[in-house]
Ligand binder design. Structure first.
Ligand SMILES: C[S@@+](CC[C@H](N)C(=O)[O-])C[C@H]1O[C@@H](n2cnc3c(N)ncnc32)[C@H](O)[C@@H]1O
Length: 199
């Protein structure tokens, strides 16, 4: 599901750029192989992708988004030969099996109606022992007072959206090993969760 106008404004402004430049990945203690090849799904305008490349000293980062408009913005803004921006759907990726050492999903899988299909697809493209690193909203997010307001403004597949434990349960069912899982609710603002799972 592509972003609506309000969501687009939330992720594409100088303050969001500043936060993405610091990269959400800093919160994860993750050590990646030297010369790691990574995939960033739902890369939007690419600011977070660039920060990931630098923070983890990645050899190569493939960054995909369903929305060609976002890919055009990212390509214009970020000129780094180590990042390849491509239009792509995280439920049906064009990459061969066992391609990536790590896949990042920052606020993306909760936009996807077929989220189980997406997780299976990420398991396919990850190498054995590769990591899925995700920060996600869930059904719980949209049940808090602020979440209910967000629900009126943001387009999401609310009818099929996962609960936090359901998401973790499905990862386990697909033979991912949960290395880190944390629920967040900073100052009763936004309920979200972070997870690192090994393929
Ligand atoms: C909230 S933004 C996340 C932005 C970025 N990851 C970040 O951390 O700043 C969600 C993005 O996911 C993209 N998206 C939604 N469904 C997708 C899918 N099935 N495959 C790839 N990208 C998708 C949207 O177009 C949007 O740009």
């Amino acid at each position: 599901m592509k972003l609506n106008k309000l969501e687009f404004a939330v992720v594409s402004n100088p303050f969001a750029d500043f936060l993405q430049g610091k990269t959400k990945a800093r919160q994860f203690r993750l050590s990646l192989p030297k010369d790691a090849v990574a995939l960033d799904i739902g890369c939007s305008n690419g600011s977070e992708s660039k920060a990931l490349l630098e923070y983890f000293s990645l050899k190569k980062l493939y960054a995909v988004d369903l929305d060609e408009k976002m890919i055009a913005i990212a390509r214009k803004k970020i000129k780094n030969p180590a990042i390849v921006f491509e239009k792509g759907d995280a439920t049906r990726l064009k990459y061969p099996a066992n391609s990536f050492d790590v896949v990042f999903s920052f606020g993306v899988i909760n936009h996807i109606t077929e989220w189980k299909k997406c997780i299976k697809e990420l398991g396919r493209v990850l190498k054995p022992g590769g990591y899925l690193v995700a920060e996600e909203l869930s059904r719980e997010t949209f049940r808090t007072p602020i979440g209910r307001i967000m629900k009126m403004l943001f387009d999401r597949p609310y009818d099929t959206m996962f609960g936090r434990d359901e998401f973790i349960g499905f990862l386990k069912q697909k033979r991912f090993r949960i290395i880190g899982y944390k629920k967040h609710y900073p100052m009763w603002t936004l309920k979200y969760f972070t997870v690192i799972a090994e393929n």
